[in-house]
Design a protein around this ligand. Structure first.
Ligand code: ADP
Length: 502
């Protein structure tokens, strides 16, 4: 394999060979016109390296490779059992390389190393392993119709799948999409986010090592407006799976219409977390903190709107502020004690700051944080204090709009009815959480809330065995769990006439 790569060393002393090319047909190639993107370490604001980006020409090549692989007996005729074995080998290789991969996530994204290692990388390997088990269990039905006839269904791959990945969980989001796509026998052109292009390229080498034939997985970096749109509008791509912002999803949906692509979209959120008077306050506070402040608040289903019943409102505010002060230690992501690293980019950092101004202008009560932190990296790095606004009302922009940072709004409600009304007062519907010790109320709320996920007495508890996705403007389709297979297989019906004569 012709290798385009550089040697990199991270602040934790780890050294690795970083591919920099486009991964097409199991080979590393340069872009057709030398197009490159540069990735920045958000902790130091220094350039890490540049990698090749894919032009429209390169996307044509990647899609052609994926199309050839789809029809190549080496992949097409492989049994589900053998596809599963390859996926299982890939899961194993991810585990074996998890320290290097976690290091890359931290240097490129800014997330704490311990989180990358024990969170992202476990999820990445286990998601691939989970779907390896499904590869030989994707089958149809026999449908009895009349005495002369019957029908059966088979589940076939959708075809060539374009997968567009966000920057908040670069490898885990790739695993969510690669696992079910490959289990079902599809081929893939995957585009990582331009902010975090590195880890997927290292994963590419593991894909080769796991034995996947050329063209089954192609990984190409590039900007959304160039590489992403070339993929989304390509006439020979059968499906687009996207995770990212709602605005981009709307653009992708339009582009995907050129050939009526199958789509899965997982987009934004402004997820509510409701705390009733009877809740276990300490638990509610701890989960509410994790639900918005983990991963630097850069989580699509973060519970970023906390609704608290009047009687315990003041008490909750005090306890929540105390929790943030005590636990949300902002610092160098390679330090073990760090809870919150830098925001991923200057653009995200500026966005979070701009919402502090918006909240203040709207006269919400800033009860904690919001200041840039300059003393961590000698004035460098996109570090910001976590932000808590209280007394926020549903009319305010900070109640409605997704910030995607360590930024939470807290509002007060009186009755259960008010809580549901406020919770559902959103264009989004991704996550939601309810804290109560009243069993029947918990399930009543779970039923009435408009969201793809409800957490009862927890928040942001993710699991690859459980379907994930949104309603309203939070997305279309489901990923993960058995439901994730539906997004990557298409049902063919075969009618059989067994009557002996016409
Ligand atoms: P964010 O605004 O949080 O950076 P985006 O939704 O813009 O999130 O990005 C998520 C992914 O979508 C990235 O891989 C990005 O490159 C890609 N993307 C952005 N714009 C487009 C576009 N116009 N067409 C296709 N992909 C895009």
């Amino acid at each position: 394999m012709k290798d385009l790569s550089v040697q990199l060393t991270a602040p934790n002393g780890r050294t690795w060979t970083q591919p920099t090319g486009l991964f097409i047909n199991n080979e590393w190639v340069k872009s057709s016109n030398g197009y490159m993107i540069t990735t920045i370490n958000p902790t130091t604001e220094e350039e890490i390296t540049s990698v090749y980006g894919a032009t429209e020409d390169d996307i044509n090549k990647a899609v052609a490779a994926a199309r050839r692989a789809l029809n190549d007996p080496a992949w097409r005729d492989l049994s589900g059992l053998d596809r599963g074995k390859m996926l299982n080998r890939l899961a194993q290789l991810i585990e074996e390389n998890r320290e290097i991969l976690a290091t890359i996530e931290t240097i490129d994204n800014g997330k704490p190393y311990t989180v990358a290692l024990d969170g992202d990388l476990v999820e990445t390997a286990e998601t691939i392993r989970y779907y390896s088990g499904f590869a030989d269990k994707v089958f149809g039905q026999v449908i009895d119709t009349t005495s002369d006839k019957f029908a059966y269904t088979v589940r076939e791959p959708v075809g060539v799948c374009g997968q567009i990945i966000p920057w908040n969980y670069p490898l885990a989001m790739a695993a969510w999409k690669l696992g079910p796509a490959l289990a079902c026998g599809n081929t893939v052109v995957l585009k990582p986010a331009e902010q975090t292009p590195l880890s997927a390229l290292v994963l590419a080498n593991l894909i080769v090592e796991a034995g996947f034939p050329p063209g089954v997985v192609n990984i190409v970096n590039g900007h959304g407006s160039i590489t992403g749109s070339a993929l989304a509008s390509h006439m020979d791509v059968d499906k687009i799976a996207f995770t990212g912002s709602t605005d981009t999803a709307k653009r992708i949906m339009k582009m995907a219409s050129v050939n009526l692509k199958n789509i899965t979209l997982e987009t934004g959120g402004k997820s509510p977390l409701i705390v009733f008077n009877d809740a276990d306050l300490k638990e509610a506070v701890e989960w509410a903190h994790l639900g918005i402040m983990s991963n630097q608040g850069q989580v699509c289903c973060a519970t970023s709107r906390i609704l608290v019943q009047s009687q315990i409102y003041d008490q909750f505010l005090e306890a929540f502020k105390g929790q943030v002060k005590q636990v949300s230690k902002v610092g160098d992501p390679f330090e073990e004690s760090t809870f919150q690293g830098p925001q991923v980019t200057k653009a995200q950092y500026d966005r979070v700051k701009s919402y502090v101004h918006i909240g203040q202008a709207e006269r919400a009560k800033l009860i904690f944080g919001g200041k840039p932190i300059n003393d961590i990296g000698n004035g460098k790095g996109f570090f910001i204090q976590p932000i808590i606004f209280a007394d926020v009302t549903p009319q305010m922009r900070i109640f409605k709009e997704e910030v995607f940072g360590p930024f939470v709004v807290i509002s007060r409600f009186d009755t259960e009815e008010d809580a549901i009304k406020m919770a559902n007062d959103s264009t989004y519907g991704l996550g939601s959480a309810v804290f109560t010790t009243n069993l029947t109320r918990a399930h009543r709320i779970a039923k009435l809330i408009e969201a793809g996920t409800v957490w009862i007495n927890s928040s942001n508890d993710g699991d690859w065995r459980v379907p994930f996705g949104g309603v309203k403007q939070s997305g279309i389709g489901r990923e993960l769990g058995e439901a994730g297979l539906d997004a990557y297989s298409s049902i063919k019906a075969v009618h059989v006439n067994i009557k002996s004569k016409l």
